[in-house]
Design a protein around this ligand. Structure first.
Ligand code: E4P
Length: 218
């Protein structure tokens, strides 16, 4: 499963890249607005920090505008994936970009049928928004599970990217159901590695080694 950081903050992306297991980055207009730098500058810098895909979202709402913006975003770096909203105009743009061999991430997906349409349009990734569904009283991960199952049934190659992730249990359920990728804020990524029993076990090993005077040289 690919693991991405959901951030447009270059320092956060640098810290995530240093973890050694973060594959790529997703951004969105809100995150880029918060970062306070030009979109092109931020995406170019971020794309140089990670080996994998960096999603950058179009701002236009018509097909022609999205395709034009998508081509410009894709030209910033070879690992840029063009993020397109899941609208009628967006799906037509996905088809045009797929024909031009430009990778896409269809965002703001809230239903299984929407995801199926994104796959049929030729999307590289589709992003169901788990946390926002949970916030509205639904079971966001159930949507991810359903999309993974439907894509298996119809042998779709579009990758399911669980987005709007709020905590490690979301990541666990994404992995269990076979989601291809997750994207989460740095604070969630940093919590993934930790377990209190690891800390307790490590403290005991350190105490036993110190008591016996163990060194790796002798
Ligand atoms: C994904 O690509 C989105 O940027 C993101 O996951 C949205 O998350 P939020 O609901 O926490 O804003």
């Amino acid at each position: 499963m690919e693991i991405f950081i959901d951030s447009a903050d270059r320092d956060e992306v640098r810290r995530a890249a240093a973890l050694g297991w973060v594959d790529g980055v997703t951004t969105n207009p809100t995150l880029l607005a918060r970062a306070g730098v030009s979109m092109r500058e931020a995406i170019a810098e971020i794309a140089a920090l990670v080996p994998g895909p960096v999603s950058a979202e179009v701002l236009a709402d018509d097909t022609e505008g999205m395709v034009a913006e998508g081509k410009k975003l894709a030209a910033i770096a070879p690992n840029v994936v063009v993020k397109i909203p899941l609208t009628e105009a967006g799906l037509a743009a996905v088809r045009a970009l797929a024909t031009a061999k430009i990778a896409t991430n269809v965002t703001l997906c809230f239903s299984t049928v929407q995801a199926l349409l994104a796959a049929k349009a030729g999307a590289t990734y589709v992003s169901p928004f788990v946390g926002r569904l949970d916030d509205a009283g639904h079971d966001g991960m159930a949507l991810v599970e359903e999309i993974v199952a439907v894509f298996r049934t119809y042998d779709r190659t579009t990758r399911v990217l669980a987005a709007s992730i709020r905590h490690p249990a979301h990541v666990r359920r994404a992995a269990l159901c076979g989601a291809h990728a997750v994207t989460a804020p740095l604070a969630v990524l940093e919590r993934l590695c930790h377990h209190p029993m690891t800390d307790v076990g490590l403290a005991r090993f350190a105490a036993d080694a110190a008591a016996a005077g163990l060194t790796t040289d002798g």
